[in-house]
Every structure is written in structure tokens, then in C-alpha cells.
Write a protein that binds this ligand. Structure first.
Ligand code: ADP
Length: 403
């Protein structure tokens, strides 16, 4: 009896032990699965964080960055790259040719296939915009030396080159403007020294020419200093309430004699208004515009000065002449440094092409705008706005068509 009972007990014990063992095994399996999932989740999280950090890093770059795989499919294109080429869709996984129809860039990739080093090229593109780019490319290899892809970095040189061109043009213009009066002065001095000084009539004439050209040089240097001061942004405007009529009366009276020399009549239609301006700078604006209106105005013509209230607490001041006017295509350009419609006629009048640029800087420094309207053959009108000095009498008309 003992043995059968023991056998049954042993079998039962075995079954219980097996059940416990299988249960434990399941538990251990479930536990390790959980641990593996946690591990994978953590890895995924880390990978995601790394990817976010990488994207943030690439997107913060000023240069365009493009990472391609071995089949020239886009893996990474950062924000600057998309902005540079005006790409608005996600181009990842697309081939470079699909994403960017630029054969110049494809050519760089072709070169990189054979030359395994870093390659630098300047690219001039006309589409989608006029761009001058410096492209640096490098092939990527794995530890076994297999080609894994390409990285391309695009530096936008367009603005730098534009600034460089502007600087060169400025230096060339300044040199030219300085050279002309200087050569004249030198030429006349030499002629005087060679004997002309002994003839009082000739020497007086020559000395007058020398004086005129020296004055032209002085004005040019003064204008250049003013421009450089205004462009540096260091100029502090002493803006205060000013009686507009007091200033316009003064400028018109200062220009009475050159106006009379050309038989030009001033028409003064400036009402009593108070502007907020720097008196000396405002006078410079008005002088430059009045000087031009007389210089380019018709002999025996009229120069009219007007002012009226404009929207947004501004005063609009205008000065018109009835001279030959300005061609439509030049209306905006005349505010550029050294731009003149007719260089010869401007020089003949003693101009240097800086007056309108000074006007623009001063007006903009006051928070105003300046523009010109003209019809060829029918004179020109220059408008500018300045802030109002204080609330005004409503009887003064408010300009409805202030541009
Ligand atoms: P400038 O010293 O040559 O007068 P500005 O900067 O004062 O230079 O003016 C730039 C150019 O704008 C002038 O050379 C001239 O061609 C044109 N301009 C300015 N004012 C007038 C005007 N009232 N009538 C016709 N052309 C003008």
C-alpha cells in the first residue's frame, strides 16, 4: 500500500512542480519581454531625442545642408536649404533630381563619385532666384570603405557679393568725383605757373575757376561726410516742435538770389503747421530740394512749395518745378548715391549726385517717407512726410491721396 501511495504522491508532486515551473517560466518570460520593451522604448526615445536635437542643430545653421544616401536620395535637408531653394514640401526619400532640378548640383555629385575628396565650387543660379552660392561637397564612406552617401553645404554669397559691388562702385564714384575738379585745379595752376599769372585778366579768370572747383571739392567732401554719418546710424536727431513756415521762409529767402538769376518765381503755399523735426537737418532737406528745383527748373518758370496734413499724424511737404522732369524709370533711382539722370548736366550745374540720398536718409531718420512724381516735360514734384509737432486746427485739409 505504501508504494502505490508514494508513487501517486510523487506523480502529484511532479505535476505541481511542473505547473509551478511553467508558471514561473511564463512570469520570467513576461518580465524579460517587459524589460526588452522598456529597453527598446528607451532606445527609441533616445533615438527620437537625438534626431530632434540633430534636426534643431541643422535647422539652426545659416548654411543650407543636404545629406544624400548612396542612391542620391535625400536623407536630410535643413531649413536653410529649403529656404534657399524655396522648397515647401518634404523632400526626404526623393532623389536629388526630383527634389531639385539643378544640373549644376548633379554635376558636383558626379565629380564627387570619382574624386573622393572635399570639393568646393561657386554656383551662379538664376532660378528660383538670382543666387551666388559656394557649395562644399564631401563623399561619405563607411569603415569598410563603401560609399554611404554625400553631404553638401551651401553658403549664400549673394548679399556679400552685392555689398562688395556696392563698395567698389562707391569707391569708383568718389574717386571719379574727386578727380575731375582736382585735375581742373591742377591744370589751371600749372598754366598760371607757366606764365599766365602775368596776365591779370587771364589769371583772374583762372583763379575763379580754381576757386569754383575747390568749392565743388569742399561740398563733395561735406556731402560724403554727411552720408557716412547718416548711414552709420550714429546721428542723433534733435527732434522738436518747429513752426514750418519759419523754416520755409528762411530757405526761400536764402535761395532768392539763385532763383532770380534764372527768373524763377517762388509760390509759397505753406500753411501754419508745427512739425516735429531736427531744425538743421530739416533745413538741409529743404535746401537740397529747393536747390534742385531751381537748378533743373525752367528759366522764367515757377517753384511751388506746399504743405498739408497727411494721415497718421504726419505733415506732407512738396516742392514742384516746371522743368524737364524725370523719366519714370529714374523716379526711384534718383535717391541712390551718385545716381543722376544726366551726368553731364548735373556736373555742369555743380551737382555730385548725393543730394537726394541725403534727403532720403534724413527724412527716413525722422520716420517719414520721400518720393517723387514727374511727367517728362512737365516738371517734377518731390514729396516728403514728417511727424506733426502737436494736434492741429482741423481747418487745414488732410491729404487723402498721400502716397
Ligand atoms: P545732383 O547733385 O546731380 O543734383 P541729386 O542727388 O540732388 O544730385 O539728384 C539726383 C538726380 O536727380 C539729379 O542728377 C537729376 O538727374 C535728378 N533730379 C533731382 N531733382 C530734379 C528735378 N527737380 N528735376 C529734374 N531732375 C531732378
Amino acid at each position: 500500500m505504501f508504494w502505490p501511495i508514494l508513487t501517486v504522491l510523487l506523480v502529484l508532486g511532479g505535476i505541481v512542480l511542473q505547473a509551478w515551473w511553467f508558471g514561473r517560466l511564463r512570469e520570467v518570460r513576461a518580465e524579460s519581454k517587459r524589460e526588452i520593451r522598456n529597453l527598446l522604448d528607451a532606445q527609441e526615445q533616445t533615438a527620437l531625442e537625438l534626431q530632434t536635437q540633430q534636426e534643431a542643430l541643422f535647422d539652426s545653421m545659416a548654411e543650407g545642408l543636404l545629406l544624400l544616401d548612396e542612391n542620391r536620395r535625400v536623407r536630410i535637408a535643413n531649413r536653410s536649404f529649403s529656404q534657399l531653394f524655396e522648397i515647401t514640401t518634404d523632400i526626404r526619400s526623393r532623389t536629388l533630381l526630383e527634389a531639385l532640378r539643378l544640373h549644376e548640383v548633379i554635376e558636383i555629385l558626379d565629380v564627387l563619385d570619382t574624386h573622393k575628396q572635399v570639393l568646393g565650387r561657386e554656383l551662379k543660379l538664376s532660378h528660383p532666384n538670382e543666387l551666388l552660392l559656394q557649395v562644399n561637397g564631401s563623399a561619405i564612406f563607411d569603415a569598410a570603405g563603401r560609399r554611404r552617401g554625400t553631404v553638401l553645404v551651401f553658403h549664400n554669397l549673394t548679399r556679400v557679393k552685392q555689398l562688395e559691388r556696392t563698395r567698389q562702385e562707391f569707391v569708383a564714384n568718389v574717386s571719379h568725383e574727386l578727380r575731375t575738379p582736382l585735375s581742373l585745379i591742377k591744370g589751371y595752376v600749372e598754366t598760371l605757373l607757366e606764365g599766365a599769372k602775368d596776365n591779370p585778366e587771364i589769371s583772374t579768370k583762372f583763379l575763379q575757376t580754381i576757386d569754383r572747383n575747390a568749392e565743388r571739392l569742399r561740398l563733395l567732401i561735406e556731402d560724403l561726410l554727411t552720408i557716412s554719418e547718416l548711414e552709420s546710424g550714429r546721428v542723433k536727431l534733435n527732434q522738436q516742435p518747429l513752426q514750418l513756415r519759419v523754416l520755409t521762409d528762411k530757405v526761400l529767402s536764402d535761395f532768392r538770389s539763385p532763383a532770380e538769376a534764372k527768373n524763377i518765381t517762388f509760390i509759397d503755399e505753406v500753411p501754419d503747421l508745427t512739425i516735429s523735426a531736427d531744425a538743421a537737418r530739416f533745413e538741409q532737406v529743404l535746401c537740397n530740394l529747393t536747390d534742385n528745383a531751381i537748378k533743373y527748373g525752367r528759366n522764367g518758370g515757377k517753384v511751388t512749395l506746399r504743405a498739408r496734413l497727411a494721415a497718421a499724424e504726419q505733415v506732407e511737404i512738396s516742392i514742384s518745378d516746371d522743368g524737364p522732369g524725370i523719366p519714370r524709370e529714374a523716379l526711384e533711382r534718383i535717391f541712390e548715391r551718385f545716381y543722376r539722370v544726366d551726368k553731364a548736366s548735373s556736373r555742369e550745374q555743380g551737382g555730385n549726385g548725393l543730394g537726394m540720398s541725403i534727403v532720403k536718409h534724413i527724412v527716413q531718420g525722422h520716420g517719414g517717407r520721400v518720393w517723387a512724381k514727374s511727367e517728362l516735360g512737365n516738371g517734377a514734384t518731390f514729396f516728403f512726410t514728417l511727424p506733426l509737432g502737436h494736434p492741429v486746427d482741423q481747418q487745414i485739409p488732410v491729404a487723402s491721396n498721400a502716397e
